[in-house]
Design a protein around this ligand. Structure first.
Ligand code: ATP
Ligand code: MG
Length: 558
């Protein structure tokens, strides 16, 4: 089987080794995807989703969707809802919808146990004082003067913290580990802080909130997650993860295992919820789902399909080293998928009028194939008449032999229609081409089987019939940032590199079949690119987002 032959990535290898060594049975395997609901999911998350849910499918194991909702200052229900929508849209199914906040009571009870066992204490210093005692990687830290508080006093203070009887910042609960550890994270890490802010799920119930390190491994343990995959910056947290899990579990109990993989970055954008939030808040983009955003919802609105995003994540795979994937690779994945699935239509974005002087009929309807890549896609009728729009750049009065489009005295084919010949040009006062006059060969109709219809001409142009065309708002997008890695230089603000020309709005003219098109429907505008109906579209005024050009025009520009 092809699937079996594919070499394992290092994450799959870890699992295979665990199974081979007998510590784990296949039935023990369980994974989770643990977003913090502090923003919308982005393309980096797609890698993590694809990894975790992909393992679920591979091993027929459950995958939980776990909201890491331990910080009410930044988290909101809106983000929870968007995350669920996006994971679903990508085509994955979670076994259980879980929330770290559902474990607040259990975590609190465990913390009380730890205090009783002398493993945690309330520190009443300022956060500055605590930071000053942390030491450096080469110098040990200093113990807090509160480290030896009695169990009774700790319990009393911790309860007061929990009830909101102590002000924010007055105390924290710290694990009592080792201020001389070579791992800075083991130097009495903070487990709880006082935050007097309502939580989107627990409301006013809690006045203390657990820190990431205290909540994450414990949530994994509660849910019996076998392998907890996170990004590389958590590698030094692994020791603390294990320390906490050891404190709350019994040796004979099944313990989750944290392993790390490299974050994936995409060029010409930022993949960090916090940084993306700034773009929205400061008005550089319209919203989280602005089609320029690298969010899943932005990509969806832009016209990316779930399949193209999954293929992207699959093709870059998992790695042990951080890297930047060029945006052109994501665009390639979109083209690959849309080429197979998107119906072909005609639209003219920069119109110039073409008059067929010898065309006598009022109009006629011509058959046009919907998708040559899909034999089941069928065909449709497009209207043809004496006056058409063609693309301005498809005409030159005179041109060299390499110009395979329309010039005076030469023939080209109009897609799905006739062969025409350029005859004359009418210019406006400024000397711009206002109208092109041509003649057509009535016997050359595409698909009519005549000898004339089979005559070879060098170029084929797309067009629309002026009296039938519908004007449409067309939004053309470019990269959101002008440089490859806008947040690489820590001295500079990434917002300085926002591309001021990332959106161009024009009026185009599209064939009337598009009147019925619905939000998120995809099309290939022949010879131009892939487009998708925006949510602001209506049949009176269709709005199209350009997903991606037909070819990688950026590579040429460079
Ligand atoms: P952000 O900085 O955007 O908020 P995060 O890591 O804080 O990212 P979480 O919501 O905590 O975001 O992430 C959920 C999961 O997705 C985590 O396991 C995280 O490691 C993973 N993840 C986040 N960003 C990336 C990325 N760029 N590449 C791969 N995995 C990622
Ligand atoms: Mg985060």
């Amino acid at each position: 089987m092809a699937e079996e032959k594919k070499s394992l990535n290092f994450i799959e290898q870890i699992i295979e080794d665990d199974l081979a060594m007998g510590g784990y049975q296949k039935e023990d395997l369980k994974f989770r995807f643990p977003p913090e609901p502090n923003g919308y999911l982005h393309i980096g998350h797609a890698s993590s989703i694809n990894l975790n849910f992909g393992l679920g499918l591979r091993y027929n194991a459950p995958v939980n969707l776990r909201f890491d909702d331990t910080n009410p200052i930044k988290e909101e229900k809106e983000f929870v809802d968007s995350i669920k929508r996006d994971v679903e849209w990508l085509g994955f199914k979670w076994a259980k919808e879980c929330y770290a906040s559902d474990y607040f009571q259990q975590l609190y009870d465990w913390a009380v146990e730890m205090i009783k066992n002398g493993d945690a204490y309330v520190d009443s210093q300022t956060s500055e004082a605590i930071a000053n005692q942390k030491g450096t990687p080469t110098e040990p830290g200093k113990e807090s003067p509160y480290r030896e508080r009695s169990v009774e006093e700790n319990l009393e203070l911790f309860e007061a913290m929990k009830n909101g009887d102590t002000p924010e910042g007055a105390h924290v609960l710290r694990a009592k580990i080792d201020m001389t550890s070579s791992n800075m994270l083991m130097r009495d890490p903070i487990m709880y802080r006082c935050v007097h802010k309502a939580h989107h799920r627990t409301n006013e119930e809690w006045k203390i909130y657990p820190m990431y390190d205290w909540a994450h491994g414990e949530s994994d343990f509660i849910e019996s997650i076998s392998h907890s995959f996170c990004t590389l910056e958590f590698l030094p947290h692994r020791e603390l993860y294990n320390w906490f899990v050891n404190k709350v579990s019994k040796p004979e109990e099944f313990q989750p295992k944290q392993r790390e993989f490299a974050r994936r970055n995409l060029s010409h954008t930022v993949v960090s919820k916090r940084k993306l939030a700034q773009l929205v808040e400061k008005g550089f983009v319209e919203s989280w789902d602005d089609p320029r955003m690298p969010t899943i919802s932005g990509l969806r609105r832009r016209g990316y399909t779930p399949n193209s995003i999954r293929k992207f994540a699959e093709s870059i795979g998992v790695g042990k080293r951080e890297n930047i994937i060029d945006l052109s690779h994501l665009e390639f994945c979109a083209r690959e998928d849309l080429n197979k699935t998107a119906p072909r239509v005609m639209g003219v974005l920069d119109p110039v009028k073409l008059v067929i002087t010898n065309y006598e009929k009022d109009e006629e309807w011509l058959e046009a194939e919907n998708n040559p890549e899909d034999e089941n896609a069928g065909s449709r009728q497009v209207p043809f008449s004496k006056e058409l729009y063609i693309e301005r750049e498809d005409f030159k009065e005179s041109a060299n032999r390499k110009f395979f489009r329309l010039t005076l005295g030469k023939e080209v084919r109009l897609k799905n229609a006739y062969i025409i010949k350029g005859e004359a040009v009418i210019k406006d006062e400024e000397g711009n081409v206002a109208e092109i006059h041509c003649t057509y060969d009535p016997l050359s109709k595409s698909g009519s089987g005549t000898e004339e219809s089979q005559r070879k001409v060098k170029g084929t142009l797309h067009w629309v019939s002026i009296k039938h065309a519908i004007p449409a708002e067309v939004r053309l997008y470019d990269r959101l940032f002008t440089v490859e890695a806008p947040d690489a230089d820590k001295e500079k603000d990434y917002l300085e590199f926002v591309n001021p020309n990332s959106l161009e709005v024009i009026t185009g003219y599209v064939e009337p079949s598009l009147k019925e098109a619905k939000e998120l429907e995809h099309f290939q505008f022949q010879r131009i690119g892939y487009f998708c109906i925006d949510k602001s579209s209506s049949s009176e005024k269709p709005v199209f987002n350009r997903t991606v050009t037909l070819r990688d025009s950026w590579a040429k520009k460079k």
